[in-house]
Design a protein around this ligand. Structure first.
Ligand code: ADP
Length: 373
């Protein structure tokens, strides 16, 4: 389809900072988005995602640093001349205009010839399944159709970069999933660079080719969804990505030079006096009293609550130590509140985080079998 004629553009941020008085919304941030890539910016509310997107769009100016789009420094370039299109959370369609009118509005304002407007509107409408709705008005459309019109409005401008600011947050759960799939499909088809902002880590991992995790104005990690999930750079990323969240317990070095906490005694990497052990819920294996042929496991815990979710169970545990952990188990495991279970940790997939939160490269290593509580 001849929709995208311009080559996708890369985006590069170099030491970008944005301050509002004492508030540092974005600090010393470097990020490179490759041409044609789909990168999702994700982080908790207030971490600076929207600010970063607005800096790229040119809606606000950085306090320090440089913004590059398509190999060109654009700090002094007006938003309209940056070769980007932004899709907002509130899609603000003109209610008195038809779908076709809304789609073509940006082009009309720029004085694009009428036949070209018609061609581009028809192409965008076809790509988004809106061809039969061109004469409708926004009031007659469903939420999902309106969202697609907002997308189409950005598409007809044929940008080198699409910017999405939480475009799915007004949609109900089912429509959210469908629109997310549509955006991913659109990206595969158009090959345009897309930068997508969301606070939802599940959305980020399912949509992004790479995910950029932010916290308090700082970029914490950029990587594929798999890297960010399996090799989180720090405790923040480990805790933010994954649901239910990673299980943690604090450890401290004892006189024997071991890292101990709750029932655990681990090898202490040099220089580490305190640490946090992190274990994903799926990296815990449970066995009931007699189900475990070796009769071991790494610790014992009482079952507090079981969430049966059909394809899996989430087993809430009272332990290890003072921590309350959650294990993911298959639907076949038979446990009930009050049961005592033996729990085995998949150490090779688990993590140690130092006092500064940074993940140790080596996986945690247990030194001795725990004593039963
Ligand atoms: P997010 O999109 O991740 O929720 P924002 O980028 O909107 O976060 O905001 C980051 C921080 O910058 C927040 O602390 C917010 O209060 C602050 N901030 C954003 N815009 C402004 C503004 N125009 N004036 C003052 N502070 C702002």
């Amino acid at each position: 389809m001849g929709l995208v004629t311009r080559a996708p553009q890369g985006v590069e941020l170099r030491g970008v900072e944005k301050r509002y008085g004492a508030v540092v919304a974005v600090r010393a941030l470097d990020l490179e988005v490759r041409p044609g890539e789909l990168v999702v910016l994700v982080g908790p509310s207030g971490c600076g995602k929207s600010t970063l997107l607005r800096l790229i769009a040119g809606l606000i100016a950085p306090t320090a640093g440089e913004v590059w789009i398509g190999g060109r420094r654009v700090d002094d370039v007006e938003p309209g001349a940056r070769d980007v299109s932004m899709v907002f959370q509130s899609y603000a369609l003109y209610p008195h205009m038809t779908v076709a009118g809304n789609l073509g509005f940006g082009l009309r304002v720029r004085g694009t010839p009428r036949d070209e407007i018609e061609r581009r509107v028809a192409e965008a409408a076809a790509a988004l399944g809106l061809s039969d709705l061109l004469s409708w008005r926004p009031g007659q459309l469903s939420g999902g159709q309106r969202q697609r019109v907002a997308l189409g409005r950005a598409m007809v401008r044929d940008p080198g970069v699409f910017l999405f600011d939480e475009p799915l947050s007004n949609l109900d759960a089912e429509l959210r999933l469908r629109t997310r799939d549509e955006i991913a499909a659109l990206h595969r088809r158009l090959g345009t660079t897309m930068i997508f902002v969301t606070h939802d880590q599940v959305e980020a991992l399912s949509l992004g080719e790479r995910v950029a995790v932010m916290d308090r104005g700082r970029l914490q990690q950029v990587g594929t969804p798999d890297e960010v999930y399996r090799r989180p750079r720090n405790l923040f990323v480990a805790g933010f990505v994954g649901s239910p969240p990673i299980n943690c317990i604090p450890l401290a070095r004892d006189e024997g030079g071991r890292l101990v906490g709750g029932p655990f005694a681990l090898h202490a990497p040099s220089g580490l006096d305190r640490a946090t052990l992190g274990v994903r819920p799926e990296d815990l294996a449970l066995a009931g009293g007699d189900d475990d042929p070796t009769g071991t496991g790494d610790f014992r815990a009482a079952v507090l609550r079981v969430e049966a979710l059909g394809s899996e169970q989430r087993v809430h545990l009272d332990g290890p130590g003072d921590a309350a952990w959650v294990a993911r188990a298959g639907p076949g495991l038979r446990v009930a509140p009050g049961d005592r279970v033996r729990v085995s940790v998949a150490w090779e997939r688990s993590h140690l985080f130092g006092p500064d939160g940074r993940r140790e490269e080596a996986a945690p290593r247990p030194l001795s079998r725990p004593t039963s509580p």
